[in-house]
Ligand binder design. Structure first.
Ligand code: ADP
Ligand code: ZN
Length: 598
């Protein structure tokens, strides 16, 4: 049976081998078992139900909340010669009737359905009248009421067990935490399901967090030097900032579009579609731009504001590099971000318990930003995984020096204390540096013993120390008092020199890495191969237009890169390239071999 699965992988999908748990999941589900599959984004969840659907008799039903994506997924499957269709609200009555008839006649391998439609009596009756190979529930974390993607209809999907006993069900998600996992098993009544948990590491993503000084400038610099002509996502906190940033990028000659919930839904859809279909759009967005993105060749995700939690950060950065090629997660952040987010939490309508949870999540995010250890070790640790230093994050590549910051921390803490714990970082730093501002003289702060004791450090150096002390929990922001700094119960130990504090040594932030790269991480290609790669990309864009599908549906960058490197001069040689299945070989083989030989 495993051999059959492998044959489908080779023949239909054109991939040489399974990754991670794919083979095990496919074997289990093909044999009729239920499964819960937890795999990070981009690791190949879809094959886990697509291949069993092809191997088992009958039609596979895929429940997915992402209407905008169904069309592209079905188009991609059609390109592979798989008989797939979707039912959602974008179809006309006659189109629906036609697809229903095909399902009844057993002419479909896969049927994608939105949850609200699946739950209609009409759809349930249709499925009861069809032979079902399996039921896949994608984005299964939508069942969690505590998650940010909660969909009430998902709660009702438990009817699937009662209505279709004996049909294997497979739930899939990229959300890692144990709590959500338990909720999925319980609410979807997957009691006997086997659970497959993969490592959540995304080794091809390089994590970098830089100190913000002029965020937009730093962003432009980053895009220009490292990602010119490539697709990326820039996340901002507010709609206003999204609009401003997108216009700014445009003035800098970078093709950028905006996306947020305050825009007309038509414009929003158009922007999403262009991002999805074209090669090199930078989407500037609030977190409203989220689950609906299935673009494999997003080369970077940039954050211009601090995300509210590590979960959010990981999910957002996870949209980069789904094709497995090198990608960047880049963030610029500063103390102001922390103050702003703290205020937002405080001013929200949430109850006290909820606010405490949000504050703790923000603390963890801050800890990630200020760590001197490997970012990936921290990230994975947050999700309960242990790892060793990765060699592919900023702290691994360019380890920050640390110094004994006990004295600096003591100076800061006592200055906060002496000024009455009523002032924000700006004023406290002015006093430390001995700036005789009006505010300082009016309040007599120029006569304090801490006035000027920190003169030898620059303002930015002190800001970095303030952030680290907050991250260490020896200083906190009082959100009731307009972001005033105040001491915590842990401050005392530092002030009494019972505890020493290691801090990251300050250094001027460098300009964006010199590691300038050309299109799609093509750094390792020779100049000649690069030329062919560009020719193939141009051809692909043309082919995609002809077929009315996104470029990556024709071929992924990874496949084009391999063609450019290997230069297969015959159909037989082309067959050996990862990503070239039987159907694509037939459809595009001649054209590609022609391009290679040009
Ligand atoms: P997920 O749903 O987990 O985010 P996808 O199912 O969209 O991921 O797969 C991500 C990408 O990896 C897709 O482009 C897919 O074709 C590719 N892929 C999946 N499995 C394999 C494999 N075994 N070998 C090579 N590429 C694969
Ligand atoms: Zn690292």
């Amino acid at each position: 049976m495993n051999k059959q699965a492998l044959a489908v992988l080779n023949e239909v999908f054109g991939y040489p081998e399974f990754r991670g748990h794919q083979a095990a999941v496919i074997e289990h589900v093909t044999g009729g078992g239920d499964a819960l599959v937890l795999m990070p984004t981009g690791s190949g969840k879809s094959l886990c139900y697509q291949i069993p659907a092809l191997l088992r008799e009958g039609m596979g039903v895929v429940v997915s909340p992402l209407i905008s994506l169904m069309q592209d997924q079905v188009a991609a499957l059609a390109e592979l010669g798989v008989r797939a269709a979707f039912l959602n609200s974008t179809l006309s009555w006659t189109e629906v009737a036609e697809i229903e008839a095909r399902a009844r006649r057993g002419e479909l391998d896969l049927l994608y359905v939105a949850p609200e439609r699946l739950l209609t009596e009409r759809c349930l009756t249709l499925l009861a009248a069809s032979r079902l190979a399996l039921i896949a529930i994608d984005e299964a974390h939508c069942v969690s009421q505590w998650g940010h993607d909660f969909r009430p209809e998902y709660l009702q999907l438990s009817v699937l067990k009662e209505r279709f006993p004996g049909v294997p069900r497979i739930a899939l998600t990229a959300t890692a935490d144990a709590h959500t996992r338990g909720e999925i098993l319980e609410r979807l009544q997957l009691d006997g399901a086997r659970v497959f948990v993969s490592s959540f590491d995304r080794p091809n993503i390089r994590y970098r967090i830089v100190e913000k000084d002029d965020g937009r400038r730093q962003l432009v610099d980053f895009i220009r030097t490292e990602h010119a002509g490539e697709a990326g996502i820039v996340y901002c906190l507010s709609r206003k900032k999204v609009d401003e940033t997108a216009s700014f990028l445009e003035t800098q000659g970078i093709a950028a579009l905006a996306y947020h919930a305050g825009m007309e839904s038509d414009t929003r859809r158009r922007h999403q579609e262009r991002f999805q279909r074209e090669d090199a759009i930078v989407m500037v967005a609030t977190i409203a731009f989220g689950m609906g993105i299935d673009k494999p060749d997003v080369r970077f995700v940039a954050h211009l504001d601090l995300p509210k939690s590590v979960e959010g950060y990981y999910q957002e950065t996870g949209r980069a590099g789904r094709d497995g090629l090198a990608a960047d997660a880049w963030m610029a952040y500063g103390l102001q971000d922390v103050v702003q987010l703290r205020r937002m939490i405080q001013e929200s309508e949430a109850g006290e318990a909820q606010k405490r949870i949000q504050a703790a999540k923000l603390d963890a995010m801050l800890g990630l930003c200020e760590t001197a250890e490997c970012r990936r070790v921290r990230l994975l640790g947050y999700f309960g995984e242990t790892a060793s230093p990765c060699g592919n994050c900023d702290t691994c590549l360019d380890p920050p020096a640390t110094f004994d910051g006990t004295l600096a921390a003591q100076q800061l803490l006592s200055c906060v204390y002496r000024t009455g714990q009523r002032f924000g970082a700006m004023h406290v730093i002015d006093v430390l540096r001995g700036e005789a501002t009006d505010k300082a003289t009016e309040r007599g702060h120029d006569r304090l013993s801490t006035f000027g004791i920190g003169r030898e450090r620059s303002e930015r150096e002190w800001r970095a120390i303030v952030r680290q002390c907050i991250a260490l929990g020896i200083l906190e922001i009082d959100h009731d008092a307009y972001g005033a700094l105040r001491l915590t119960s842990d401050s005392r130990g530092v002030l009494r020199a019972e505890r020493s504090i290691a801090l990251r040594a300050w250094r001027e932030s460098k300009r964006s890495a010199r590691r300038a790269r050309t299109a799609a991480g093509a750094g390792e290609l020779s100049a000649e191969a690069l030329q062919l790669f560009e020719r193939l990309r141009a051809w692909r864009l043309e082919a995609a237009r002809r077929h009315g599908v996104p470029a990556y549906v024709i071929f992924h960058d990874a496949t084009l890169r391999e063609i450019a490197r290997v230069r297969p001069s015959s159909l037989d040689l082309l067959r050996g390239i990862s990503g070239i299945g039987a159907r694509k070989l037939e459809a595009y083989g001649e054209e590609i071999v022609g391009l290679v030989q040009l």
